[in-house]
Design a binder for this molecule. Structure first.
Ligand code: AMP
Length: 433
């Protein structure tokens, strides 16, 4: 049995090995192309922010703030937190840079790692990556529909099918307090049937109970009053607007009256996009679903964080989850292309000249494979074969002295000798043919 390495990955973290990079690259390319098409600009905010930003923004009663933050104390005594989500940092930046004076709405996207101290399991990491969108300074329902459409388009562009968009309205501070009271009364009378977490949630925020996955809580949730029946006129009108826009673009969705999302700042629209799969084992079929995207409207957050009263909507996509979905659907991602040319060398003088020649190829933007550490010609030719090079350049002692190089056509096996200084031009010519 092999010995355990002395140092191992921290719990819930993962390396992205070279083989995995092509998925990230593909997803980043699709996200950025689509975000640019819809007029979004990229923003990078620091991975560390003031802990108080998340306590205030994400919300003190959320699981993210209560249980999942990686917080550290700096040498100067400040408390900083590794971002558990993008939105509060982006809003801090919006306010700090006076973006309310820019042409509104400000459309921003970000990609990068986020950190949550969660119980690790399949598809749930402590460091994972999100693609995040924010549209700040727009209250019209058409933008809510557009944000959902963008995420849906990205997932479709990545060839994912069996996507389910779930949508709900969670009201605003006009109508939600009354609904919360109704929920409180309902769950209070069933407190004994709830899990320990939900009994705590009942005191802090009964809405959060609707998010619980425990079967015994689910049984009670199914009978609970629905917010949709208690929305104020404005929220009702807004929600109808979002649904009409989704109907117009023929984006399929399911109404989920119990979708509340885990963060405090949402108002009105809340949505998630799931990837559903079914697996047949013997005579049983099992269904599973994974949340790929979550988002919604957050009209109160900018003011809460010290900015002007500004309406906004956004969402985030979990990149590792999307990769897992692509793999179950066997979505092929193109491998990096191998270099068309291999440069083999033999002897010290040839090695020196090869190093210089490689630079010439780089300047000419021609990819060249090499294995300068190897001395055996046989091993180098084997490698040229393995990468599928069209041409191999051979530079030995004799050629180095004569200032020439051999070009070997790897398909026909034909070899030509050319002047060393003409090598790049000759290869360029042959590759164009
Ligand atoms: P949230 O901000 O919690 O709505 O998350 C948005 C998306 O990020 C989810 O729909 C998931 O795809 C992904 N996600 C959330 N938490 C994790 C995690 N711990 N590990 C991997 N992906 C996650």
């Amino acid at each position: 049995m092999s010995k355990k390495p002395k140092f191992q990955l921290p719990t819930g973290m993962h390396d992205i090995l070279p083989e995995e990079q092509k998925y990230f690259q593909k997803i980043y390319d699709v996200c950025e192309t689509i975000a640019n098409f819809y007029g979004f600009k990229k923003i990078d905010t620091p991975i560390l922010e003031d802990t108080a930003l998340y306590e205030k923004g994400t919300g003190l009663t959320t699981d993210v703030v209560q249980k999942q933050m990686f917080t550290l104390r700096t040498k100067g005594g400040d408390y900083l937190t590794l971002r558990p989500e993008f939105t509060p940092g982006v809003i801090r930046s919006y306010i700090e840079h006076g973006m309310q004076t820019w042409s509104q709405p400000v459309k921003l996207y970000s990609i990068g790692p986020v950190f949550r101290y969660e119980h690790p399991q399949a598809g749930r990491y402590r460091q994972f990556h999100q693609f995040n969108l924010e549209v700040i300074g727009e209250s019209n329902a058409v933008i809510d529909a557009e944000v959902i459409q963008i995420f849906y388009n990205i997932l479709q562009e990545l060839k994912l099918k069996n996507l389910v968009v779930e949508i709900n309205s969670i009201g605003d501070n006009q109508c939600r307090p009354y609904y919360k009271k109704l929920l409180m009364n309902y769950f209070k009378s069933r407190e004994g049937a709830l899990c320990a977490d939900c009994r705590r949630r009942l005191k802090e925020n009964p809405l959060r109970i609707l998010d619980c996955k425990e079967e015994k809580c689910q049984r009670e949730i199914r009978q609970a009053p629905q917010i949709i029946d208690h929305l104020c006129e404005e929220c009702h009108h807004h929600f109808r607007g979002v649904l009409e826009f989704l109907d117009e673009i023929e984006l399929p969705y399911r109404l989920n009256p119990y979708l509340v999302r885990g963060l405090d700042y949402y108002t009105k629209t809340a949505f998630e996009i799931f990837f559903e799969t079914s697996q047949k084992t013997e005579n049983k079929e099992t269904f599973s679903r994974d949340a790929l995207v979550g988002g919604g409207r957050y009209d109160g957050l900018i003011k809460l964080l010290g900015g002007e009263d500004t309406k906004a909507v956004g969402g985030a996509m979990g990149i590792e989850r999307v990769i897992a979905a692509m793999k179950t659907k066997e979505v092929k991602v193109q491998k990096a292309v191998n270099p068309p040319v291999f440069l083999a060398q033999l002897g010290t003088m040839a090695k020196r000249k090869s190093l210089k020649l490689l630079e010439e190829f780089r300047r000419a933007r021609i990819q060249v494979g090499e294995s300068f550490g190897r001395d055996s010609l046989k091993a180098q030719l084997k490698m040229a074969d393995r990468i599928g090079a069209k041409y191999t350049l051979l530079l030995g002692q004799k050629e180095s002295l004569e200032g020439t190089i051999i070009i070997r056509d790897m398909i026909t096996g034909k070899q030509d000798i050319v002047k060393l200084e003409k090598a790049v031009r000759e290869i360029e010519k042959r590759l164009k043919r």
